[in-house]
Design a protein around this ligand. Structure first.
Ligand code: JD8
Length: 383
């Protein structure tokens, strides 16, 4: 990838020669050029600004030096994308970073003063792709810092740059769309603060479940805007079932089983015909946890001792909230309620319930043992 940056403060971009972009250049992945805009002025004072038409405070950057600069750095380049940092730009996001990382040539126009004469951008749009981007809802004094931010976010996505591209998947704003879970390293105890025991357990399924739970919790608490608007989670709470939950549980159960009947025709639908009393009966037998968000009961999971095994059932998440790890959250919590002597955890799910089976595999469960027709028994050892 080639990157050209034009600014009246070219030294501001010196950090691009360090760390990430620096390594990318050494690796031949990045061809970086920083230019001083004033080299495209022709008066003794190398003037790049003038007073704003219509009056008002400050100065505006003149179009002529910019036009010459952009003509020079895009000469012969059919693929150049002009990136103009501006507080009035579209939000710069990980998605935009990925889009720009697929381009061959980026040109950053770093403005100062009150900004660049708008005709420079409007004219550039007639010959090339232009992205007016903002890195955040606060005001900077110029575009250079934004150019540094965008360049780092883009260069680290360049194919062949990250040692382990998988690490990009788990990141905040990555494919899962969740914030990152908390991380820890040695020592296991520091200033009286201990690393969460699950991380020392070696139980990769439990660790994955815990990390997911933390990611969901953090996202719901810190960035509910990242969660699907239809189901913005105000606050996520997992608690023991109460008798008064029976009504909402019946509604949730029917909603989930209707959906299951669509995605897994032929699955047993007894739960659909259960009554309020039936629900009251099963929440009174075994351990049932419910997931509450914004005062709404949106999920549940039940555990019961069965032949020495912890039999997990009634794992439900409201249809409009599925696909965001809440099932994993409930599963990891109901697993933790199993009596100490339990060595195996088991579930029965629809033989055609592909999504459920994928989630269970991620949690360490594998198809095991006998089950009625159309049903799959999945189990895992509990270490
Ligand atoms: C480019 C000039 C300063 C902005 C008068 C202060 C981005 N997220 C962001 N905040 N601020 C910028 C940004 C600010 C810039 C320029 C980007 C060029 N200024 C101006 C308008 C108000 N001064 C930015 N990306």
């Amino acid at each position: 990838m080639r990157i050209d940056v034009v600014s009246i403060f070219p030294d501001y971009l010196a950090p691009l020669g360090l760390s990430l972009p620096g390594k990318a250049q050494d690796a031949g992945l990045l061809d970086l050029h920083v230019h001083d805009l004033r080299q495209w002025t022709h008066d003794r004072h190398h003037t790049v600004d003038d007073t704003p038409y219509g009056g008002g405070a400050g100065m505006v950057m003149k179009p002529e030096p910019w036009a010459e600069a952009l003509d020079a750095v895009t000469a012969g380049s059919e693929t150049a994308v002009l990136v103009v940092p501006t507080p009035s730009g579209r939000p710069f996001t990980q998605t935009v970073a990925a889009e720009l990382a697929a381009r061959e040539h980026l040109v950053f126009a770093c403005g100062r003063y009150e900004g660049i004469d708008q005709r420079v951008i409007d004219h550039a749009r007639t010959t090339m792709e232009v992205r007016e981007l903002s890195i955040g809802d606060y005001v900077l004094n110029g575009g250079e810092v934004a150019a540094l931010v965008v360049t780092e976010a883009v260069v680290r996505l360049l194919p062949g740059f990250m040692g382990n591209p998988d690490s990009l998947v788990e990141e905040s704003h990555g494919a899962a769309g969740l914030l990152e879970y908390p991380v820890y390293t040695k020592p296991a105890s520091w200033r009286g603060l201990d690393v969460p025991e699950v991380l020392l357990s070696g139980d990769h399924a439990r660790i994955a479940a815990w990390r997911h739970e933390q990611a969901v919790r953090r996202t719901a608490e810190r960035r509910p805007d990242l969660l699907p608007p239809s189901s913005a989670l105000a606050d996520v709470e997992v608690r023991a079932v109460r008798p008064g939950d029976a009504g909402e549980l019946l509604t949730l159960q029917r909603a989930c089983w209707v959906q299951e009947s669509w995605t897994n025709p032929g699955c047993e639908l007894d739960a659909l015909t259960e009554t309020l009393d039936d629900v009251r009966a099963w929440i009174a037998d075994g351990t049932t946890l419910v997931l509450v968000s914004g005062g709404r009961l949106v999920g549940a999971a039940r555990g019961r001792l069965h032949a020495g095994r912890w039999d997990v059932s009634r794992l439900m998440v409201a249809p409009d909230l599925q696909g965001r790890g809440l099932g994993r959250l409930l599963l990891s919590r109901i697993e933790q309620t199993a009596p100490a002597e339990v060595t195996e955890l088991e579930l029965f799910t629809g033989a055609g319930s592909v999504r459920n089976q994928r989630m269970l595999r991620k949690a360490g469960y594998r198809p095991r043992g006998e089950a009625p027709p159309g049903v799959l028994r999945m189990a895992k050892r509990r270490r």
